[in-house]
Design a protein around this ligand. Sequence first.
Ligand code: ZN
Length: 202
Amino acid sequence: MTIKVFIVGYIQTNCYVVFSQQQKEAAIIDPGGGYNRISAFLKSVDKIPAAVLLTHGHFDHTLAAAKFQKDGAKIYIHSADNEMAGAKQGLASKFGLCVPKLVPDILFEDQEIIKVGDIEFKVIHTPGHSKGSSCFVCQDCIFSGDTLFFESYGRTDFYGGSMTEMAKSLKKLFDLPGDYKVYPGHGESTSLSHERIHNPLA
Ligand SMILES: [Zn+2]
């Protein structure tokens, strides 16, 4: 499995492109911009954008999703964040942006398995940053969106946020058996074993 990171948009969101050598289909996690760069990369490695997996509905993670949808990708988001995917009253308006409404193809729930080519992503619903915030577990990696950051965690003061839920969600992650590499929505990557010790909510 190959993971390629792109830092996209002016809030410096981490977008991850995940694929295996054997299959054409690539998954794009949180394309908050960078459509041209990501598309060019996919062409260069002879892959197609098959799925856009959104950790949550904030525009800085979803902005380029519709463009990949036009290219044939299916958009996945947790059902509880569907309402805010590109909604005018959402986070984008706070930044003075008008983001076109996003129409996801598939609404997922906790514990669901999403298959892209031969790669499986398991959904862990981790509300707190938003109602539908979710992490994707894939082999020995967790794509943690704006839930778990390096020695930190996502803001809980936006619409749908909850500090109580955030604490519960982090506990859910820390209680997973074993260790995982953690690829967050912003900032540097970390590991679950590091965060079990150094995270302020650990
Ligand atoms: Zn966010």
